[in-house]
Each structure stands twice: as C-alpha cells, then as structure tokens.
Design a protein around this ligand. Structure first.
Ligand code: IPD
Ligand code: CA
Ligand code: CA
Length: 254
C-alpha cells in the first residue's frame, strides 16, 4: 500500500513543481492570510481520485474539499499542499502530506518535500524513512543546544499572544527557533534530527496526521502542550526527540 501512496504523492508533487513560480491563481479562504491556489486543488484532485479508485470504501478528510464519510474503520487525511503561502510567494518549502488512520490510530504517513525531491515515510511499528533510508531523531538533551521550529495560525486572533510568548521564551532558552511555513516538513525535520523539537497550536488534522507518525516511528515523542496524548484534532502539538520533551513542556506550561 505504501508504495502506491508514495507514487501518488510524487505525481501530485510533480504538478506542484511544474506550477512553482508560474502564473498561478490565488484565492482567499475564510481568513485574510489563508490562501488557496489552483495548484492546491489540482494536487488534491490527483490524491482523491487515487483513494476513491483504490479504496472506495474508506473515509477521507481533505483540506480543500472536505469529508467523504463512509462506515469504514479506515480514514485518509490529506493536505495536498502544505506551505501554500511559501508556494505562492516562490519560497521552495512546501510538501504533500498523506496520512491513514485505522480506528483513530495513525498507521501510515507519507510526506513529500517537493522541491528537495525527498520522501518521508512511516508505517506503524516499522520505523521512519527518508528516501528509503531509516531515520532517527536527534540525541541532544538540553534546551541550550536545541534547534527548534514552530508555526503560527493564519488567524492572529486564535492564540497570537500565547504563540509570541512561547516564541520569545524559546529563542532565549535555545540555540535558535525557525519558522519554515510547512508543519508537515517541520515534523519530518524533527524525525530526521535537524530539529530537536516542533511546537504549534491550532493546526488541522491534515497538517499533522502523517507527521505525527513519522516522528514517533523515528523514535521521537508527541503530545499536546499539557503532555497529553495527541489526536489529529487536538488543540496543540509538541513533537520532539524525546530527550527535550519535558523541558519544552515546562516552558509551554508557563
Ligand atoms: C499551514 C502550514 C504552516 C502552519 C499553518 C498551516 P497550509 O498549512 O502548515 O506551517 O504554520 O498553521 O495552516 O495552509 O499551507 O496547508
Ligand atoms: Ca497545511
Ligand atoms: Ca494545505
């Protein structure tokens, strides 16, 4: 199954790559900063056609076209283009993210970093991989030596004061904090040891489904900001190498 998902992620990625820095059509979604382009939609069409053809009995949550509800224990969770603002502005950091749940447990995750032509994959219990090579989280155990990443919700009313406070706190306490603009890539970089931790509130299921599994399968730890087990519809997300998890929770608890 995972090989087929990898193929469709590549196919969608090719459409995105061809659309990059071309004459794209941008529309605004509900929030002012929340964009969608014709390329997001074209990518989603490819992925949804694949799922509907191969797994017609499965449910789907997809960012641009909503839900397909079936009485199935399987649910696909699809972000056809994670990092749309980067894409729309010509910044080459964006991805395709496809996750699969069985009875609410994430069992498969595929994230394609389009411009780096890098595929991240995980199946429950089988480890995490970058272009087929096993990956592991970092081993660093101190905040002082940590390289972290975060993101901000499109709607500044959602949690802006809190988000800026955490940003300031972690900048003071660590080696650095980055904001890349693709939550799916943020998770992959935690899984491959580039970042020691990623935190963000108010993400959507399609931003996190594949990434959570990839981090866990790379030996990392995930929770919400209070340390509780996360679901794909949780309100906040923390993904780390495990060693700095409690230290980051202490900061997020203040
Ligand atoms: C966004 C990206 C970004 C995160 C936002 C997401 P989109 O997804 O993942 O990194 O900070 O919260 O909404 O809209 O580009 O698919
Ligand atoms: Ca997204
Ligand atoms: Ca998206």
């Amino acid at each position: 199954m995972i090989n087929k998902v990898v193929e469709v992620a590549k196919e969608a990625g090719e459409v995105i790559r061809n659309g990059f820095r071309s004459n794209i059509q941008i529309e605004f979604k509900t929030d002012a900063g929340n964009l969608v382009t014709n390329i997001d939609k074209a990518s989603e069409k490819i992925i949804l056609e694949f799922i509907k053809k191969e797994y017609p009995s499965h449910s789907i949550i997809a960012e641009e076209s909503g839900n397909v509800s079936k009485s199935s224990e399987y649910k696909w969770v699809v972000d056809p283009l994670d990092g749309t603002t980067n894409f729309a502005h010509g910044l080459p950091i964006f991805s395709v993210s496809i996750g699969l749940q069985k009875n609410d447990e994430i069992i498969l995750g595929v994230i394609y970093d389009v411009m780096r032509n890098t595929m991240y994959t995980a199946e429950k219990g089988s480890g995490a991989f970058e272009n087929g090579k096993k990956i592991k989280v970092s081993t660093n155990g101190t905040l002082l030596e940590s390289n972290l990443v975060t993101g901000f919700a499109y709607d500044p009313d959602k949690n802006f004061t809190e988000a800026l406070k955490y940003f300031g706190d972690f900048i003071r306490l660590t080696r650095g904090v980055r904001r890349l603009g693709s939550a799916a890539i943020d998770f992959c970089y935690v899984a491959s040891g580039v970042f020691d931790g990623f935190w963000e509130a108010k993400l959507s299921p399609w931003d996190v489904c594949a990434g959570l599994l990839i981090v866990e399968e790379a030996g990392g730890k995930t929770s919400d900001f209070k340390g509780n087990k996360v679901r794909i519809d949780s309100d906040s997300f923390l993904a780390t190498n495990g060693n700095v998890h409690t230290k980051m929770l202490e900061v997020l608890g203040k």
